[in-house]
Design a binder for this molecule. Structure first.
Ligand code: LLP
Length: 448
């Protein structure tokens, strides 16, 4: 089931601030619901999780992850396909393991991510290696392990892969990442398919680079790929990109270069609050007619759409600081735990663990900026949200399963949050909270 199934709004903008109806919001999220006014993930209450694991804590629903993976598989059942989950969205071993067991392939961007996939039991032959700056070491490791495909982003990378393949006497499977120069209509920092972006090989140059690749003894051309951006809510940019890719596939066929797969990257958006992204079904319905004609295996590299709404970040209200101009709720998570609001002005929902007794009436609620304790004005998780808050309250930031923990840092010497997975009525710590001592364990005092 897709979390973006309906477009009904869950917010009310008042003069004071934005009210997000927690029950209406969770009705869109398969992982979360309120039971007797208390928030639960699957069959586990958030109160119990906080008791066991404290805050800040990331929690992921196993079923919600599998549901979206299955939605991709079902929607594209008409063509031979491979879903390569983009590890960068959430690289916890438990998350990767659940997807590996379900048969997923993976999209990686570093040796480190490949090592995680292997540690989680992933099949290396189903892994594609993206990224603009693969090092000799990355390439050597991936080729030795038996990587499924290198998504090549430049001629110099192609030359380097060939050099390493010659040294190892292996045949390197490659695809060229084509930059189709399509506007994805998303935040500029996460738009990747424009000619101004650093990514891919310009589509005008692609045929010539394929011809160059075809002449290299240790290169095996297997595919073509593109990825135009992230959090795309419309299907049109995907279609525009696919049209350009199809044109190239035909040109390549005319030159005698045949491919085994076409990889459309990731990028399908999710509903964080009121967004109405195209559903996986609609996405498939729009692309399948063109894809079926190609007769190639279709790859996707979804990250966000698989894990975003499977996860929440739980945080506790430590200090309430009303001022003349603004009310600040200082919580125990901060920009180091979840940087999306600060970096992309991303609006993420903040909902209470326990519904206020006044129900969903906004009377008596105050506008609050939910901020962390980091010494930066940019350290906020949400602004001007109408909430009824008391010190010690637990809040859940939804949509935090993607690009949450993976983008977290130790800024201000803050240990990173713990991570927990929930399945039915069971829960398990899948990464323990860091200790402060561990943060400087590899550092030494100046000795002389
Ligand atoms: N494939 C490639 C080559 C990518 O660069 C990305 C994401 C994906 C797949 C997965 O895209 P997704 O399905 O997750 O949209 N940190 C940002 C998002 C950065 C996306 C980078 N590339 C955020 O928090 O919004």
């Amino acid at each position: 089931m897709s979390d973006s199934a309906t477009g009904q709004r869950v917010t009310t903008q008042t003069e004071q601030g934005l009210y997000i109806d927690p029950e209406a919001l969770t009705a869109h999220l398969s992982a979360l619901h309120y039971s007797d006014d208390a928030l639960c993930m699957e069959q586990v209450s958030i109160t119990e999780l906080v008791k066991c694991y404290d805050t800040p804590c990331y929690v992921y629903s196993k079923q919600a992850i599998l549901d979206v993976y299955q939605a991709y598989s079902d929607s594209f059942a008409a063509v031979d396909h491979q879903v390569c989950y983009a590890v960068k969205a959430n690289s916890n071993l438990a998350v990767l393991g659940v997807l590996a067991q379900a048969g997923a392939g993976f999209d990686i961007v570093s040796r480190g991510e490949l090592m995680r996939v292997l540690a989680a039991g992933g099949d290396v032959s189903r892994v594609v290696f993206s990224g603009v700056g693969k090092t000799r070491d990355d390439i050597d490791y991936a080729l030795t392990q038996g990587i499924g495909c290198f998504n090549v982003e430049s001629i110099s990378e192609l030359t380097l892969i060939h050099e390493v393949a010659v040294q190892l006497d292996k045949l390197a499977p490659i695809s060229l990442r084509v930059n189709p120069d399509v506007d994805a209509n998303t935040h500029p920092y996460i738009s990747t398919g424009l000619k101004d972006n650093k990514f891919g090989i310009a589509h005008e140059d692609a045929v010539a680079v394929y011809e160059q690749a075809a002449d290299l003894s240790h290169i095996n051309i297997v595919g073509i790929d593109c990825h135009i951006g992230s959090q795309l809510t419309e299907v049109e940019p995907f279609i525009a990109a696919l049209d350009k890719i199809v044109e190239l596939i035909h040109k390549l066929r005319d030159k005698g270069i045949t491919l085994q797969h076409v990889d459309l990257g990731g990028g399908l958006g999710v509903r964080y609050i009121d967004e109405t992204p195209v559903s996986i079904d609609e996405f498939a319905a729009a692309l399948l007619p063109k894809l079926s004609e190609l007769g190639l295996t279709v790859f996707f590299e979804p990250g966000r759409s698989i894990v975003a709404n499977a996860g929440v970040l739980l945080t506790r209200v430590d200090v309430l600081k009303p001022t003349e101009h603004k009310n600040f709720a200082i919580v125990d998570a901060a920009m180091n735990d979840l940087i999306r609001p600060a970096l992309y002005q991303a609006e993420m929902a903040v909902i209470p663990n326990v519904l206020p007794s006044s129900g969903i009436e906004t009377d008596g609620m105050q506008p609050w900026d939910i901020v962390g304790a980091v010494c930066e004005t940019g350290d906020f998780l949400a602004k001007d949200r109408l909430l009824s808050l008391a010190t010690g309250d637990i809040l859940a930031i939804t949509g935090a399963g993607a690009y949450g923990f993976t983008m977290s840092s130790n800024y201000n010497s803050r240990p990173r949050a713990s991570e927990v997975m929930v399945a039915d009525n069971r829960h398990q710590l899948i990464r323990k909270r860091e200790t402060v001592e561990a943060l400087y364990a590899d550092e030494t005092l100046w000795q002389s």
